[in-house]
Design a protein around this ligand. Structure first.
Ligand code: 4AD
Ligand code: MG
Length: 463
């Protein structure tokens, strides 16, 4: 008999049906008159399925003692209306088989209520917990929502390379990829001949698929890339990973305000989808993780985002009477404390900051006529800070070439990117959303290491 997932059974199962379920035991309780109750979870939903085992089933005595927390079992039985509270139906077992035991003296998830820090040490078992399985389901829902949002608007999903020889953000925070035997070279040579390397020159893992997305946007139209990106920034914060997932839409003929409109609609669509498709998981987050998360999301989806030039933001921060750890000066980068003050306390809703100083931003952003700012936009949200970074792109050949030089880069290395401005250039825009930052926002979790299955941070790549 095919296996039915527990989520399906609890939703659609009809009393009288014969079913097979498989999963992992959360708890077992034995009653005096040789009856057992098993709470079974298979990860398909938050709720457990209650299984009633009569001592009269075959091999009851031998198998039931192996049914301990963490063990995997297979049960065939009949669905019955449940007299107990908390569930509509339960399964009365006809036969039960233990697939894999879990030694109760060593199984780390024997009890509930472990700290998130402890669970990070056992990333191979943490998805067996309510919190991490809920995060996995919501993360999946957000990924589906991302594809739906762009697909329903006619955007093409493209795949940009993971290995690259250009540094999109120009920040020099790239992981190098090489097949050279560096240990050997260090012993016999003082310099490395990159021509001998796999690609004939230094290559790295990408920090962003944007530059390649621009190529496609300016030929096939609206498109998006969605994949892993890598940054070797040594920032051990609750918002940064060395490996994270980013979705980057790129649109020809879009100016900065069009870009903002799309970003705002996009964030609201993700929130709507999760609230609609994962109500049970969201209820859990609201009860156990952040009691304000549902109200916060309701507020975000029902209000328009504040749009504010960087220069005005600096004025607000200077005059707000708050002491920040980092000083505020026009031309300085905003720190998370500044971003969060603006979105959480001053405006109490998402804020799109735009027109940043050109010295703060990468070469590809379109220069404004004031000579001081570029058409950048960052979307800041309560609880997280920056969730989206984007811009209108510099489409003018001469200005772009000059900006590349100004940023200390060599235009020759970007000849193909410059070519796009030589042949049929158009105004265009795009942005990048960090998937994990979106999961933080929507679940109310506070550490980015807890919203990606296997976090990579400085010194950590165990699992
Ligand atoms: O602001 P960023 O650096 O923008 C870009 O990479 C552009 N090329 C995107 C584009 O216009 N196509 O990064 C975009 C977003 C940030 O707003 C943040 O959400 C996320 O990516 N991000 C990170 N998330 C986790 N860990 C990190 N180290 C991150 N760095 C950026
Ligand atoms: Mg940014």
């Amino acid at each position: 008999m095919p296996v039915t997932r527990i989520a399906t059974l609890l939703r659609d199962g009809q009393p009288g049906e014969n079913v097979t379920v498989k999963g992992w035991v959360r708890t077992r309780r034995d009653s005096k008159n040789s009856f057992s109750f098993i709470e079974l979870n298979d990860g398909s939903c938050m709720k457990n399925l209650q299984i009633v085992v009569d001592g009269a089933i075959p091999d009851y005595e031998t198998s039931i003692r192996l049914v301990t927390t963490g063990a995997s079992i297979s049960v065939e039985g009949v669905l019955k209306e449940s007299p107990g509270k908390g569930q509509r139906v339960e399964v009365h077992a006809v036969s039960l088989a233990v697939l894999g035991t879990a030694d109760s003296t060593t199984f780390p998830l024997q009890k509930k209520g472990h700290s998130l820090e402890f669970l990070r040490e056992i990333a191979h078992l943490r998805p067996r917990t309510n919190t991490f399985s809920a995060v996995a389901r919501v993360r999946n829902c957000i990924s589906r929502s991302i594809h739906n949002f762009f697909q329903s608007r006619g955007f093409l999903y493209i795949n940009t390379p993971i290995i690259t020889t250009s540094d999109c953000e120009g920040a020099g925070e790239m992981f190098q990829v090489t097949t050279l035997d560096l240990a050997r070279i260090a012993k016999i040579q003082t310099e490395i001949d990159w021509k001998q390397d796999f690609f004939g020159k230094p290559a790295s893992l990408t920090v962003s698929g944007q530059l390649e997305a621009e190529i496609y946007a300016t030929s096939i139209g609206d498109c998006y890339t969605f994949g892993p990106t890598f940054r070797a920034e040594n920032s051990n914060t609750t918002r940064h990973l060395a490996e994270f997932w980013m979705v980057e839409p790129e649109m020809p003929f879009y100016e900065l305000t069009d870009n903002m409109d799309l970003a705002e609609a996009f964030i609201k669509a993700m929130i709507n989808d999760v609230l609609e498709q994962c109500p049970e998981d969201m209820e859990f987050f609201n009860q156990r993780i952040d009691t304000t998360v549902l109200a916060k999301l309701e507020n975000i989806r029902s209000n328009s985002f504040e749009r504010l030039p960087y220069t005005d933001a600096i004025e607000i921060l200077k005059n707000c009477g708050r002491k920040f750890d980092y000083a505020i000066e026009w031309g300085g980068d905003l720190q998370t404390e500044h971003e969060r003050y603006l979105t959480e306390e001053h405006f109490r809703k998402p804020v799109i900051l735009f027109n940043y100083p050109r010295t703060l931003k990468p070469f590809y952003m379109r220069c404004n006529d004031d000579g001081r700012t570029v058409r950048a936009m960052d979307v800041l949200v309560p609880g997280v800070g920056e969730i989206i970074g984007g811009s209108q792109r510099e489409e003018r050949l001469d200005v772009l070439t000059e900006r590349i030089r100004e940023c200390g880069m060599n235009p020759e290395d970007y000849w193909w990117y410059i070519d796009l401005r030589k042949y049929g250039t158009v105004p265009h825009s795009g942005f990048g959303l960090g998937l994990e930052r979106a999961v933080l926002l929507i679940t109310g979790m506070t550490n980015i290491r807890d919203v990606i299955p296997f976090p990579r941070t400085p010194g950590h790549a165990e699992f």
